[in-house]
Design a protein around this ligand. Sequence first.
Ligand code: BEZ
Length: 211
Amino acid sequence: MALRLGDEAPNFTAQTTEGPIDFHQWLGPGWGIFFSHPRDYTPVCTTELGTVAKIKNEFEKRNVKVIAISVDPMDSHHGWISDINETQQTKMNFPIIADPDRSVAGLYDMIHPKADDTATVRSVFIIGPDKKIKLTLTYPASTGRNFLELLRVIDSLQLTATYKVATPANWENGQDCIIVTAVKDADVPKLFPKGSRTVKPYLRYTPQPNQ
Ligand code: BEZ
């Protein structure tokens, strides 16, 4: 069955380009982002991995570890990494899981047979410090993902895990947030000392509380 928000991210052991891992141990106490690539030596995947390598410090700042998976074997991954470094003007700096028997891809339902019965789709899982799945996303092989959007989601997830707020459409870090409807009006001044603005009883804004 497909993994859903709130499910525990299944644990596994695997070989990666940075050595063998036990996934939960590798994640440690922080956040993680786990994303799949249909195949090695494919153009869109090459740009995606190079893009993530270039902004890995942005994930680190947010205490998020990054790991990719492709169903190709390890020797293929190592050759491909040379190409990624060369063509994307970067240096790969996070592990790629080799999953030739597709056991991990199966565990995470990353193969959608009506799209392609051997390669994975472009799945993303954001995993919280409690090892629970906080976001799932599925893109087709033909569409590269927007990793700045994933950073934006992580900012929202980390904010809303701590404060009683939600983030509105197209929210960016630093912008006003929505006070969750469970907060009573009487509690707003105490919980949101920076102030609030009521548009409707169910639509109340406050400046981002952690800035
Ligand atoms: C790519 O990464 O370019 C790609 C992979 C599989 C199918 C189509 C495109």
